[in-house]
Design a protein around this ligand. Structure first.
Ligand code: C2E
Ligand code: CA
Ligand code: CA
Length: 665
């Protein structure tokens, strides 16, 4: 994907944007529905034209059928008396008084007769017929006042040129573009039909008509299908499902039924990695697999991208429900093959039940969605049934999202700095930059409260850059206070680390400080999982700028000592889990020694994180290969101002620790 391009699915950043898209889809669907209904009516009208026997004029029926399409108050058909340019006679009309009226040829009529469908604000053109008026009617002039909006539709009637005129009541809306388009279709077909009648239904005309009717019928079928079904998977779409569920609920009474919200995990990655064609075909396979698990009375719909909703009706009992949900989870976990590519997926499913969890479609769908979200957050590829605490959790999450968005716009993220110390002599080696969100009352919130949310909202990059901004502004003061050789560690999430665009931005920002070589980027082991992007594409860029890479929380992820051989890094931070109580825990001691030995052999610097007690410190210092320490024992994270203010206390504390360790060893 080229730089600067919008990531699919990434452009719906706000609820407003999402609402807009949904509204647009709804409008489009309504439009399709209406079009579909109109075509069906046109077909009926055409049928009426064709059903006519002998020389009888079919228009009474046609008018009746067309009325709901064009909403007219009065209609008439007039044809030229003989050759082109002769007066027009009214053949049929909804107002009997008009039959037999006639009009002199005019430029306006001629345009219509030559095939132009025209709408006008008034019907002046036909308001004043001239004689001779067939079955003479003196009240004729009052039948059409001349104030009516009018639609003129050309029609060939028995080899003569003619037109149909549709009139709305005075003061009503005029005919619009849609009416004109429909009238054009009708005019063409009806003229053919009438020509066929006139030709005494010659064989070829009949066939031609038959073809036209068939085409129109299949167009209608397509429209009907498009209005209710998703083209990609052939499944019912959201609105069809909604109709069906609403209907089912209408007759449900106390009958139990279930709505299951099925969301694919990892679909976006497939799309990003292999393209939309593969993604589309994968969705179709997913649909087929799920459908194979359900009964004919159930309904599976695709409601958007990779989201499906399943209606289970009737619901026999909870065991049957659990059973089908488990089977769906299982069949989706089986690998897929698309275009020779093996793809692995899983799905998260949330279930809401009628009547316990809702009595209308929206409520059930929302609650099934919440349950799905709860399942996904807990364990991807699992299922959950709705319970009311999930609504509360969703509210909290929405609150956090709002707060995080606002904090980004208002730049309310601050840095906390925590020293890293040389274990040999307790000198400060550098600082780790930790993110904090400042609340309205000035409280600093820890990353656990916002990092995941910010990542999901795609706002983490902005935050990272904000942190570098603040750090840069305090760096001169820090250097003046603690000396110049310090390294600065910056945390980058695995998702950021494997995103080349993000990392280019971060790197550009680090270069702009003028001292990129002082920075260490801390990533977790997950960053190395993603198809090698980080090692292959990102690390060389960092290395070129002199930025070091540290593997954070080492030992908690997938990396084992063996895989460490495949990773390239400058530093490794052994997770607190192995430091905490290491002086007492044999297992931790073995692991720590192993990691340190391997790292030393590979020339990787090791940091012990989360050192809290002197006993832990003593043990860690004794392990060969562990160079640095970090933890509450030395200093907790502090704002730059605090750190500068308490620098003498910190220095004193580190001196004392050094002296004690010296004495002990
Ligand atoms: P981390 O990178 O492992 O950061 C160390 C965390 O351990 C910090 O928590 C720190 O306050 C805490 N800690 C330090 N010494 C001790 C100790 O002796 N005992 C105990 N119990 N804890 C100690 P904090 O600041 O809450 O950060 C938590 C996590 O949030 C970080 O873990 C890191 O994964 C993430 N994080 C922080 N800042 C950023 C950031 O700017 N970007 C990203 N992507 N993640 C960040
Ligand atoms: Ca870290
Ligand atoms: Ca860590």
């Amino acid at each position: 994907m080229a730089e600067g391009e919008v990531v699919p699915g990434g452009q719906l950043e706000s609820p407003e944007a999402l609402r807009e898209v949904i509204l647009a889809q709804r409008r489009e669907l309504d439009e399709l529905r209406r079009e579909n209904a109109d075509v069906a009516l046109l077909l009926d009208a055409l049928d009426a034209v064709l059903r006519v026997e002998g020389h009888e004029d079919p228009f009474a029926n046609v008018f009746a059928i067309l009325r709901p399409v064009f909403r007219f108050a009065a209609a008439l058909v007039a044809v030229e008396r003989d050759e082109p340019g002769s007066p027009l006679d009214c053949l049929v009309a909804t107002a009997p008084a008009l039959v037999g009226a006639s009009w002199e040829p005019s430029r306006f009529f001629d345009k219509v007769l030559r095939g132009r469908v025209t709408a006008t604000d008034t019907s002046v053109a036909i308001a004043a017929p001239v004689g001779p008026v067939g079955p003479a009617d003196p009240a004729l002039a009052g039948t059409v006042t001349g104030e009516e909006p009018a639609l003129y539709v050309p029609l060939g009637v028995r080899r003569r040129r003619g037109m149909m005129v549709l009139l709305r009541a005075p003061g009503e809306d005029g005919f619009d573009r849609r009416d004109i388009a429909l009238a054009r279709k009708f005019s063409l077909l009806a003229s053919h039909a009438l020509a066929a009648l006139a030709a005494n239904r010659s064989e070829s005309e009949r066939q031609r008509l038959h073809r036209l009717t068939e085409e129109l019928k299949s167009a209608q079928a397509t429209l009907a299908h498009r209005a209710n079904f998703d083209e990609l998977t052939g499944l019912p779409n959201r609105s069809y499902l909604q109709e069906r569920v609403t209907r089912a609920l209408g007759t449900a009474g106390a009958r139990r039924l279930a709505l299951a919200f099925i969301d694919l995990d990892g679909f976006k990655q497939v799309n990003d990695r292999y393209g939309h064609d593969v993604g589309d075909r994968l969705l179709a396979s997913v649909a087929r697999r799920i459908v194979a698990q359900i009964r004919s009375t159930d309904m599976l719909a695709r409601i958007s991208g990779d989201e499906f909703v399943l209606l289970l009706d009737p619901l026999e009992d909870d065991t049957a429900l659990d059973h089908v949900v488990d089977r769906i989870l299982a069949v989706l976990r089986e690998p897929f093959e698309v275009d020779g590519i093996r793809l692995e997926l899983s799905a998260s499913i949330g279930v809401a039940l009628h009547p316990e969890h809702g009595t209308d479609y929206d409520q059930l769908r929302r609650n099934a969605d919440l349950a799905m979200y709860a399942a996904k957050t807990r364990t991807k590829g699992s299922s959950a049934r709705f319970d009311p605490s999930m609504s509360r959790a969703a509210e909290l999450r929405a609150e956090t999202e709002r707060a995080v968005r606002r904090a980004v716009t208002e730049r309310r993220f601050r840095i906390a700095l925590q020293p890293l110390v040389h274990l040999a002599d307790m000198r400060i080696a550098g600082f780790e930059v930790l993110a904090r969100r400042e609340d309205d009352d000035g409280t600093l919130r820890p990353p656990a409260d916002f990092i995941d949310v910010a990542a999901d909202l795609g706002l983490l990059d902005d935050i990272t850059l904000m942190l570098v901004d603040e750090l840069e502004s305090v760096l001169p003061a820090l250097d003046a206070c603690f000396g110049h050789t310090r390294t600065i560690s910056l945390n980058v999430s695995a998702r950021q680390a494997v995103d080349l665009r993000t990392m280019r931005r971060v790197l550009a920002r680090l270069r702009a400080t003028g001292c990129p070589e002082r920075f260490v980027v801390e990533v977790t082991e997950d960053a190395y999982l993603h198809a090698g992007t980080f090692q292959r594409d990102v690390q060389p860029l960092l290395a070129e700028a002199g930025v070091a890479v540290s593997i954070d929380d080492f030992g908690t992820g997938y990396a084992s000592l063996a895989t460490l051989l495949d990773l390239t890094a400058d530093e490794l931070k052994v997770d607190r889990a192995f430091i905490s109580g290491v002086d007492r825990r044999r297992r931790s001691q073995v692991i720590l020694a192993g990691i340190a030995a391997a790292a030393r052999a590979l020339g990787i610097r090791v940091v012990a994180e989360g050192v809290e007690t002197e006993a832990e410190l003593a043990h860690v210092r004794a392990v060969p290969g562990i160079e640095l320490g970090q933890g509450y024992l030395f200093a907790p994270p502090a704002t730059p101002a605090e750190l500068l203010r308490t620098a003498p206390v910190l220095a004193e504390r580190l001196r004392a620790l050094a002296a004690e360790q010296q004495a002990a060893s």
